[in-house]
Design a protein around this ligand. Structure first.
Ligand code: COA
Length: 471
């Protein structure tokens, strides 16, 4: 890892190359090199694609050459999908070709005791100034360029979250999961052995990347001796963008598992916890929580939080109680609704509703009740943020409600308060969820997840000194 500007420019080539070549591309789509090429082609990468294969002239419509040196064009990024032993000679050729960055897919290096082979590759790369991602990775995705140079899922849902992972299988699974859940990604990067490019280099790119609003990290280790640098660099990044980390290897056995996975030294969990805190990095306890929080951050227009506390609006008392508990457990201050504001809320609900917080519109509420209650909450300077909850009932259509909420927020959320929504129910709530998220409103399936995500946003706002709550 290095700090100079030239290196930063080279790392840009990992995500925004003018041209990319897959070394080890195969006509056989059951082989990793075949899938990587296919993902690049099917996603319509916004640059030139080349294949390198000993015998093919063309694969999937892409021109193929026996060697990198035969490609009659500049190549900025190569993805190397041939067995580990053959990688050094490819990096040597890449150096001669003027390649800037190499993603090395192959396993069979430090993680299996072949530190010598890894070192050989690194030394050749250094000689030519090539930066290396990996080895032992599934590749890299950057959706603004339609770059999917991985052997993971073909389809990625586009969005503003960059996810960097030291675990390959987890990353590939999450490519499928985020696509199914329509969680929008700007990027997903497999970091593998981090022999050269590491989480610090990558995060520095995403700090400046206008297509990324939040960075998610799955980490097993930082790399030996990198603790201070990590804190220094991430302290700066988190001032500009939220970073959410999932640090595995918490238990003693987990630590040993890390050593045999990526060859990293996991270190004591307490040390990491303190390093992440010092760096202003939020720590999630599982991947789902990481993405729940990230979604909240990615959809938020501002991290400034004012007022005197958060408000929950619900059509179900039980859900309200669950959300209240979750608020307390997650350190999210709820507003004590003063009499005057209660009067306003009372006007928005049937006579048997409750204007306290949670504001209970009751199971008999309609779209208009929700709209009016949301307007009251948006217009009150006391309200810091709102969680709107809907439990599906037969006579209140979640699709109509979603449209109503989306329109109301667009028209009335002038002060850009954080708002999220719970849609708890069946198929139609999924449709409601889609409508809201297409309109930039984060939706969660249960109260606890929405509250935990709102609390994460509040925590981040405190970290960057933008929480001005007068409690
Ligand atoms: N230049 C260009 N192409 C070459 C080549 C070279 N020097 N050497 C071999 N190839 C071609 C092969 O001919 C083959 O193409 P073909 O199917 O048309 O014959 C293709 O490259 C792949 O080579 P092959 O030897 O068949 O390797 P493979 O596909 O079985 O395995 C890896 C290659 C890299 C996938 C495998 O070694 C590996 O490391 N797998 C683990 C990957 C992994 O899990 N990474 C971590 C994820 S988190």
């Amino acid at each position: 890892m290095s700090n100079n500007n030239n290196d930063n420019l080279i790392i840009e080539k990992l995500f925004k190359p003018k041209s990319i070549a897959v070394v080890g591309a195969s006509r056989n789509l059951e082989k990793i090199g075949g899938v990587i090429l296919s993902n690049l082609v099917k996603n319509k990468f916004n640059g030139k694609i080349y294949a390198v294969n000993p015998s093919a002239k063309e694969i999937l419509g892409v021109p193929s050459y026996p060697s990198l040196l035969d490609i009659p064009d500049e190549v900025e990024h190569i993805v190397v999908a041939i067995p580990a032993e053959k990688v050094p000679e490819i990096i040597e050729e890449a150096g001669k070709k003027g390649v800037k960055v190499a993603t090395i897919i192959a396993s069979g290096f430090k993680e299996v005791g072949r530190a010598d082979l890894e070192e050989k590759v690194v030394n050749i790369a250094k000689k030519y100034g090539i930066r290396i991602l990996g080895p032992n990775v599934f590749g890299v995705v950057y959706t603004p360029m339609n770059l999917n140079a991985t052997f993971g899922a073909e389809h990625i849902h586009k969005g503003k979250i960059a996810f960097l992972t030291q675990s390959g299988a987890l990353g590939i699974a999450l490519m499928h999961w985020t696509s199914m859940e329509k969680i929008g990604l700007s990027s997903i990067v497999s970091m593998g052995n981090m022999t050269d490019i590491d989480a610090i280099d990558l995060a520095k790119f995403f700090e400046k990347d206008e297509n990324t609003k939040v960075i998610g990290l799955y980490l097993e280790g930082l790399g030996t001796g990198k603790g201070h640098e990590f804190i220094e660099v991430f302290s700066e990044i988190t001032k500009k963008k939220p970073v959410i980390a999932l640090k595995a290897g918490r238990s003693e056995r987990g630590t040993r598992a890390v050593a045999s996975h990526t060859g990293s030294l996991a270190g004591s969990d307490a040390v990491y916890d303190s390093a992440l805190k010092q760096a202003g990095v939020l720590r999630a306890s599982d991947v789902e929580q990481l993405f729940n929080w990230a979604k909240m951050m990615a959809f938020s227009e501002s991290f400034e939080i004012n007022g005197k506390g958060f408000v929950i609006i619900t059509n179900g008392g039980g859900m309200g109680v669950m959300a209240t508990d979750a608020s307390e457990f997650n350190g999210l201050p709820l507003l004590e609704v003063p009499e005057e504001l209660k009067k306003e809320f009372r006007k928005t609900m049937p006579w048997f509703g409750s204007p306290n917080n949670p504001v209970d519109l009751t199971g008999q509420s309609n779209v208009q009740n929700y709209i009016e209650a949301i307007k009251v909450a948006l217009e009150s300077e006391l309200v810091s943020g709102i969680t709107v909850m809907y439990g599906e009932v037969a006579f209140l259509d979640p699709v109509e409600l979603a449209n109503g909420i989306a329109k109301t927020l667009k028209e009335y959320n002038k002060s850009r308060k954080p708002v999220n929504v719970v849609m708890l129910g069946g198929e139609k709530t999924k449709m409601g969820t889609e409508i809201l998220e297409e309109n930039g409103v984060p939706v969660y399936p249960i109260p606890e997840k929405a509250i935990s995500s709102m609390a994460a946003l509040y925590k981040y706002s405190k970290i960057i000194g933008k929480a001005n709550l007068k409690i």
